[in-house]
Design a protein around this ligand. Sequence first.
Ligand code: MG
Length: 236
Amino acid sequence: MQLFEIIAFDADDTLWHSERLYVAAQDKVEHLLAERYGVDGLEQALYRTEMRNLPLYGFGIKAFALSTIETAVRLTGGRIRGNDVGQIVGWVQEMLRAEVELLDGVKETVARLSRSHTLLVVTKGDLLDQERKLARSGIAHHFGAIEILSDKDEGRYRALLARHGVDARRFLMVGNSLRSDVLPVVALGGQAVYIPAEVTWAHEAVDAPGPEAGGYHQLSHMSLLPDLIAQIEKQL
Ligand SMILES: [Mg+2]
């Protein structure tokens, strides 16, 4: 029986909770702007700023911080006080220091699969932040490597497969984003498992065909992954 040579996991909102930290920080900034400056509409304005800055900053908490401050300055017409900017920076530092909370079923699933397969973490975001989260996660020893990409598109996945000397057909990617974890891998001829998260960043939401038409697998829970992999490998 042929096995997957590599099973790769996305990190944020696949292995551990992440998006809810952003949502909570954004709520705090929204309240600050409303109470002290009578300003609202942060969410839409911030998203536009983030999209415009993506080519400059890439992904992650520090990019979020700079875009949030820029948006707050603009929405308040430059009236935001230094102390309030300092408060926002403090909230961002809390995000970076937050405990890593694994999603339900991750610890057992990763431990189990690591006995039969080579596992990778494939993520984007800040290098230091992702390394720190993996180190604190308690599951780092199950992974052969961590790959931190500036974006997760077809070209970068192709380069990753070449670096590891793996044929796309024997590569499986697991993640919560159709845009970043599933569609580019399927386009290269690899296999992908989509496990939707409770909250997903607007940028990762795409209109995509369902699992059957889209050629990927979908699960409601991480703990179902080992059985699905056994099934797929029977057909490989
Ligand atoms: Mg993710």
